[in-house]
Design a protein around this ligand. Structure first.
Ligand code: GDP
Length: 296
């Protein structure tokens, strides 16, 4: 179920409930069942969906609501606020400050869109007066440096990498040193991806983080991976201190469940979403407008 369908299904469930003249347990139960079904079909984890049900029921206690209360409205508001809290871990991500040197490290599986997203992120801060720079510490994927170089050149962002050095930690440290000297206030480090979550990747990630002490580790996740999202996000969270998530490919078959699961697994906020292959196809992620848009 793609994102628009998830929103559509929840909106339909709420509209159906609104048609009932009397909101009783059956009407509320039917509405919540429809919402549950829509979330499960969008690959949100069962445990998370169950929590949503419980929380909505806590807000909407039909027995204790005073007569004359607009129950339709209370249910609608409860659903909206539950969807928002699913996406809001309540802990804001680190935000780079202009003129104050920050190091941001990107992690994620190969193909998630990590390298593309590094440049999109740099490009977001550039017009705000930052001096971003890019370090390619991905020595695993052949062509990773060329790709970063190409994107960085297009966006006119200084970059660092090596065709000969095979030690990602050395590249990361050298790049960091170079850009610190050049007064870059936002040094972005692209790390290696792998096809799957494996020990070697996590060990490398841990070592790069130890050597560069990033202010923020961003986990980049393909928004269309469905059920795998929670496990993948959790594995990255356990090995690197992930502080924020960027969900990519939200233009394709992403269903929203990925974003919801990544937040639940990492307890970190989604800060941007990728909406296409081009460098400008990148949006700040704000929970309330996102949920409003989702529900139409
Ligand atoms: P990496 O292996 O994680 O570094 O991934 P890449 O940055 O090489 O991206 C893998 C593929 O996904 C490339 O073809 C990108 O153009 C594409 N891609 C990245 N972000 C997005 C996005 O937001 N939307 C779409 N449709 N494609 C994306």
């Amino acid at each position: 179920m793609v994102l628009a369908q998830l929103g559509g299904s929840i909106t339909r469930a709420l509209a159906q409930m609104s048609k009932a003249t009397v909101v009783d347990e059956k009407v509320l139960g039917d509405c919540l069942n429809e919402i549950t079904r829509a979330l499960l079909q969008s690959d949100v984890r069962f445990e998370t969906v169950r929590d949503v049900q419980t929380n909505i029921r806590k807000i909407v206690n039909l027995e204790t609501l005073a007569a004359g209360t607009n129950k339709h409205r209370i249910i609608q508001q409860a659903v909206f606020s539950e969807l928002c809290s699913m996406l809001d871990p309540g802990k804001p991500a680190f935000v780079p400050k202009k003129g104050k040197p920050s190091v941001v490290m990107f992690v994620g599986l190969q193909g998630s869109g990590k390298t593309t997203t590094c440049t999109k992120y740099a490009r977001y801060y550039q017009p705000k007066g930052f001096k971003p720079s890019l370090v390619c510490a991905d020595t695993f994927r052949a062509g990773a440096f060329d790709q970063l170089k190409q994107n960085a050149t297009k966006a006119r962002i200084p970059f660092y990498g090596s065709y000969t050095e095979s030690d990602p930690i050395k590249i990361a440290v050298d790049g960091l040193e170079r850009f610190r000297k050049e007064n870059s206030d936002l040094i972005i480090i692209d790390t290696s991806g792998r096809h799957k979550q494996e020990a070697a990747l996590f060990e490398e990630m841990r070592q790069v983080a130890e050597a560069t002490k990033p202010d923020l580790v961003i986990f980049v996740m393909d928004g269309s991976i469905g059920q795998a999202a929670f496990g993948q996000a959790q594995a990255f969270k356990q090995s690197a201190s992930v502080g924020a998530v960027i969900v990519t490919k939200m233009d394709g078959h992403a269903n929203g469940g990925g974003a919801l699961s990544a937040v639940a697994a990492t307890k970190s906020p989604v800060i941007f979403i990728g909406t296409g292959e081009h460098l400008h196809e990148f949006e700040v992620f704000d929970v309330r407008p996102f949920v409003s848009r989702l529900l139409g």
